[in-house]
Design a protein around this ligand. Structure first.
Ligand SMILES: CCCCC/C=C/C(=O)SCCNC(=O)CCNC(=O)[C@H](O)C(C)(C)COP(=O)(O)OP(=O)(O)OC[C@H]1O[C@@H](n2cnc3c(N)ncnc32)[C@H](O)[C@@H]1OP(=O)(O)O
Length: 393
């Protein structure tokens, strides 16, 4: 069966030779698509393309074409068109550039790309690199974009940037926006002396009408969505750890592509002390990064690491003296942001796609275990303890 799907913007007048690039990706030879894990998503994505309200432009159309061909036929197998056959040459180049990218990865990248296009056509939240534009307003974050870098700053310095319920939601939104904007790199950092003190322990105080069980359920869903948005983030994601980091802000570092730390930073996951268990996929990423024995010290015994120790164990990419931290890190990030955008993004996706499913499974399991832990005496006592000490201050 061959289905030809024509998005509305496909019907617009075409001006340049490149604009007549069609959508072979939409000529669905369904029987030829291998039955693999992501086939349903892939088919949905093929259908979603025709619903796009906005023409995504030739660069994106070529990318969709190339990923479709790679996903369904494998590496480029066509003879190279002549130099004056502009359109077919551009298509051939795009497909050929994917080299030996596995079919499954191409399929996943196609799905991710369509998903980002769908959201961006909904939100139209495009940010031009180099414009230092402040994005959407958030209560607990400051998000800016400059020199192709979107910077998400955790902004509750008086609470050591503890993540309250609203802030979890805002971070999910900010990551979604950053994945759809024109930036090349995305950075997460903290305002003030802390990077982040982890989950806001007062989150547990806000009990809905359904009671504590309902609260635990809501927290688990929020946690899974929050961590999921890091797992799925499609561009290079960098943590600029300006000071101490605790709890979930540490575990999630295992899902970043690079972590730069000030020598003032520390890394602390006192889960057992709080009656809690690891999240952020750390039960999988930490043993992989630092080996099971070191992961145990952090995740089960709550050993606090210095920046130097975290670097030696592979959790941190590099440590800088606090006095020159910002200058050195931003000089480096600006240089990285000038590297070819698509190559970096695709490389990140190739690396992540190797274990995306595993990470989602780990996230679901950790969230479900935590849903139970939140209701345990150990956890409730630890939260009450923190809150009563705080009340005395
Ligand atoms: C969605 C469910 C996820 C569940 C998984 C949980 C994962 C985690 O993240 S576990 C880690 C949780 N975090 C903590 O246990 C840290 C608790 N905070 C502290 O131990 C200390 O505040 C400190 C070491 C971070 C800083 O100590 P200090 O320098 O002495 O400063 P203060 O204690 O006076 O803090 C200033 C101000 O900030 C408030 N605050 C700090 N961290 C948190 C927090 N995590 N939750 C709520 N509030 C926090 C602190 O209470 C002070 O507030 P005020 O008293 O109103 O000034």
């Amino acid at each position: 069966m061959v289905a030809r799907l024509a998005p509305r913007w496909c019907l617009r007048a075409l001006r340049s030779p490149l604009q007549v690039i069609g959508f072979p990706s939409l000529q669905l030879h369904m029987s030829g698509i291998a039955m693999r894990a992501s086939q349903e998503d892939f088919e949905n994505a093929l259908n979603q393309v025709k619903l796009l309200k906005k023409d995504p432009g030739n660069e994106v159309k070529l990318k969709l074409y190339a990923l479709y061909k790679q996903a369904t036929e494998g590496p480029c197998n066509m003879p190279k068109p002549g130099v004056f056959d502009f359109i077919n040459k551009a298509k051939w180049d795009a497909w050929d550039a994917l080299g030996n990218l596995p079919k499954e990865t191409a399929r996943q990248n196609y799905v991710d790309l369509v998903s980002s296009l769908s959201s961006s056509s909904e939100s139209s939240n495009q940010v031009q690199p180099g414009t230092d534009r402040k994005q959407q307003e958030y209560e607990n974050l400051v998000v800016t974009s400059e020199d192709g870098i979107t910077k998400i700053t955790l902004n509750r310095p008086t609470k050591k940037n503890a993540i309250n319920t609203q802030m979890y939601q805002e971070i999910i939104l900010a990551l979604k926006a950053a994945s759809n904007d024109d930036s090349i790199l995305t950075v997460v950092t903290g305002n003030g002396d802390y990077y982040c003190s982890g989950n806001d322990l007062t989150n547990f105080m806000d009990i809905p009408p359904g009671g504590v069980e309902e609260k635990a359920k809501q927290s688990a869903v929020l946690l899974r969505d929050f961590v999921g948005s890091f797992i799925d983030f499609p561009k290079p994601l960098i943590a600029v750890v300006n000071g101490p980091a605790m709890g979930i802000s540490v575990t999630i570092l295992g899902l970043f592509d690079a972590v730069y730390a000030s020598d003032r930073a520390t890394f602390h996951t006192p889960f057992s002390h709080l009656g809690l268990t690891p999240e952020g996929c750390a039960s999988y990423t930490f043993p992989k990064i630092m080996g099971p024995a070191k992961a145990t010290e952090m995740l089960i015994f709550g050993k606090k690491l210095t920046a130097g120790e975290a670097c030696a164990q592979g959790l941190v990419t590099e440590v800088f003296p606090d006095s020159t931290f910002q200058k050195e890190v931003w000089t480096r990030l600006k240089a990285y942001s000038k590297l070819p955008k698509n190559a970096m993004k695709i490389s990140k996706q190739v690396i992540r796609n190797m274990e995306k499913e595993k990470l989602h499974a780990v996230n679901a399991e950790e969230s479900s275990v935590l849903q139970e832990r939140c209701l345990s005496d150990e956890c409730i006592n630890a939260a009450v303890n923190f809150l009563s000490k705080r009340a005395k201050l």
